[in-house]
Design a binder for this molecule. Structure first.
Ligand code: RRO
Length: 302
């Protein structure tokens, strides 16, 4: 029997699938449903210091091969999120607290709150493509990223993951900064900067105009980033971007990911996506003679 168990840093997962931040993850109830559906871990919506409404609608456009979103970091704020985390802790699987902030000090404050709330790990959002003062505005500068990760690492004892943006030519430098600062894993990738226009309305569709593209359209971009990262950094990588079946997950693992996250795939394939990825991957591993997921990590480089 092939094993689907993996460890990322010192975080043990029953299988290599996680719910990506931003999907079904703002309440304990929805996180619990995703855990029951078979995910190996769940990541919360990115939470900031204060409540935020996000951008006015429309905030999402559905395309044939993905979505473009500009939600604008809507979240209840770290104080109110305590109640959701208290309930989500009864989850069968690790709950990873995603946070966004505009300074290293604010990131460490939020990380220690998430740790107090019982998060099993922290995911730093260094990559939202459309929020002034947050996300990729911070995450494209290796020095700033180094300082953020180092300060968060000294403020908490749980593993710290950094979610990076593909919207830069400095991805490898940023990833090396995460590693040098003691980061436990890299999560790649967040959404790709994109735009949708309505011919009839003659304007961009989203209220924010620009947004972030996700889903199958970005899988080759995610694969390329994970492949390059695996060649250059020595901490685990979590692959995200267009994963919606076992084959997508295996491709990311062969590129160098130790686990994958599923975001748009939940919207497109339903909650069954986690179980079907795991069943398909298990059958593939048995057919191909892989005893564990770790034996598949990075084999595309050999
Ligand atoms: O909330 C958003 O608009 C958003 C976030 Br925080 C993110 O990290 N990535 C994205 O595509 N949208």
């Amino acid at each position: 029997m092939s094993s689907l168990e993996v460890t990322i840093g010192n975080l043990a997962l029953r299988n290599p699938t996680m719910l990506a931040s931003g999907v079904m993850d703002e309440t304990a109830g929805s996180l619990l449903r995703v855990a029951r559906a078979g995910a190996g871990a769940v990541v919360t919506k990115s939470i900031g210091s204060e409540p935020r409404k996000g951008y006015p609608g429309p905030t999402l456009v559905e395309l044939d091969d993905g979505y473009i979103n500009a939600m604008g970091l809507p979240n209840p704020g770290i104080e109110a999120f305590a109640a959701e985390m208290r309930e989500a802790r009864s989850c069968l699987v690790p709950v990873i607290g995603s946070i966004f902030a505009s300074s290293p000090k604010e990131f460490s404050f939020l990380a220690s709150k998430m740790q107090d709330y019982g998060a099993a790990a922290i995911e730093l959002n260094l990559s939202c493509p459309h929020a002034k003062g947050y996300g990729m505005e911070i995450g494209v500068d290796p020095e700033t990223v180094f300082t953020v990760v180092r300060e968060v690492k000294s403020a908490c004892s749980i593993p710290v993951f950094a979610k990076l943006t593909p919207n830069t030519h400095r991805l490898l430098e940023v990833a090396k900064a995460v590693e040098a600062a003691g980061g436990d894993a890299i999560v790649a990738i967040n959404t790709v900067k994109a735009l949708a226009i309505s011919a009839e309305i003659r304007r961009p569709i989203l209220s924010n105009k620009g947004g972030g593209l996700s889903g199958p359209a970005i899988k080759p971009i995610g694969l390329r980033c994970v492949y390059d990262l695996h060649a250059d950094v020595n901490i685990p990588i979590v692959g995200v971007g267009g994963v919606e079946n076992w084959r997508d997950a295996v491709e990311y693992i062969m590129a160098g990911a130790s686990a994958v996250q599923v975001g748009s795939g939940v919207g497109r394939a339903g909650l069954e996506v986690f179980e079907s990825i795991c069943t398909g991957m298990q059958a593939f591993m048995e057919r191909e003679g892989f005893n564990s997921v770790s034996h598949m990590v990075g084999v595309a480089h050999e």
